[in-house]
Each structure stands twice: as C-alpha cells, then as structure tokens.
Write a protein that binds this ligand. Structure first.
Ligand code: ADP
Length: 193
C-alpha cells in the first residue's frame, strides 16, 4: 500500500473489544500521518463533556450495547468531513454492524472512493475478558465486558465475511506482544516499519 503522502489511506480496524485496536491504531496513525478515529473515544468524550450526544448515548454505552446506527451515521459523517480526514484515516470501532458498513460505503461513494483494507485483529475471548478487566475503564465490569463480547459476536462478527467477500480482509493474530502485532499489521498493509 502506498503511503499517505501519495494518496488517501483508508483502513478499518476490526476485532473484538479488548483486541488492542486502539493501541495499534495509534502506532499506525503516527507511521502514516493520518488520524486514528475511534468512535468509542469520541462517544466517551461526549459523555464526559455532558453534550447532547453524550446524554443520548451514556446509558447504552454503560450497558455494553450499541448506539443506534442512525445516530452513529451522523457522528461518523461529521467526523470524516473534518479537514484532517482529507489525508485519509484509520477507523477503530466503526463500522460495528452491517448497516454501518453500508453507511460507510455510501460516505466513500460520495467522493468516488473505497476502503484500502479491513484488518481483523483476533484474540480468544478469555484473553479479551482478562485484558479488559485489567484496563479498569468505568464500563469494564465483567458483566458489561461479557455483554460487549456477545454483541460483538452477534452484530460485528458478520462484517468479517462481508469484507472477506469484497477482497478487503486481512487477518492478524492479536494474541501476541504489541510489537509483534504491529509488525504483522504493517506487513499486512505493505507499510515498512
Ligand atoms: P471497546 O474498546 O471496548 O471495543 P469502544 O471504545 O470502541 O469499545 O466503544 C465503547 C462503546 O461505545 C461501545 O460498547 C458502544 O456502546 C459505543 N460505540 C462505539 N462505537 C460504536 C459504533 N460504531 N456503533 C455503536 N456503538 C458504538
């Protein structure tokens, strides 16, 4: 894959909650010079700021459920229209449902573009629960973590097949050290370290 200096790089990071997408998105963002856009971070900031959006999503997030697709479409459409996203972007936490994948396709089609790749970072569920409990975020009680895993299997996992059929999927093993995962991620995208 050519570097961001040459053209807009648009990559989706897919994987279960706790797989380490956020960490890898930051590393890849620095390397490529494109923003890592985490919908989870955006929503948490909205909750912390007590904005209208924050008030609407707070309860849903605390329960480990998904914010509805229409509201997420507004959030993402607005974010991708910001000037820094002109260079391209890495999406972490979006899309999370098939309708969201279609929304993203529509946003891209508006400017005649396509995704470059969707990278699936996979980790076994028991390791995911262990990691998220260690992280200790406020929405990280074991019950909520299990609910997020269930929602992931039900709503998000179908995106794996969806993107595989489109020839965009690259799968990497996330059950390794951060450095090893980063090396595989860069290799999967054809980016030199
Ligand atoms: P994690 O890192 O645990 O996977 P995130 O930080 O990505 O979780 O997201 C935290 C919460 O924010 C989710 O559990 C969900 O309630 C909400 N959220 C984030 N992105 C989306 C999305 N694309 N669609 C619906 N809800 C979302």
């Amino acid at each position: 894959m050519a570097d961001a200096a040459d053209r807009r790089v648009k990559v989706v990071l897919l994987g279960p909650p706790g797989a380490g997408k956020g960490t890898q998105a930051q590393l890849l963002s620095s390397r490529l010079g494109v923003p890592a856009i985490s919908t989870g971070d955006m929503l948490r900031e909205a909750v912390a700021a007590g904005s209208g959006l924050g008030c609407r999503v707070e309860g849903v997030m605390a329960a480990g459920r998904l914010v509805d697709d229409e509201l997420m479409a507004e959030v993402v459409r607005e974010r991708l229209a910001k000037p820094d996203a002109l260079a391209g972007y890495l999406l972490d936490g979006y899309p999370r449902t098939l309708p969201q994948a279609k929304t993203l396709e529509g946003i891209l089609a508006d400017t005649g573009e396509q995704l470059d790749a969707v990278v699936m970072v996979d980790v076994p569920e028991e390791e995911l629960v262990r990691r998220t409990l260690l992280r200790g975020r406020v929405d990280d009680s074991e019950q909520v973590i299990r609910e997020r895993q269930r929602v992931y299997r039900e709503k998000t996992a179908p995106l794996i097949g969806y993107y595989r059929e489109r020839g965009l999927l690259r799968e990497i093993d996330g059950d390794r050290s951060v450095d090893d995962v980063t090396a595989s991620l860069f290799a999967a995208l054809g980016v030199s370290g």
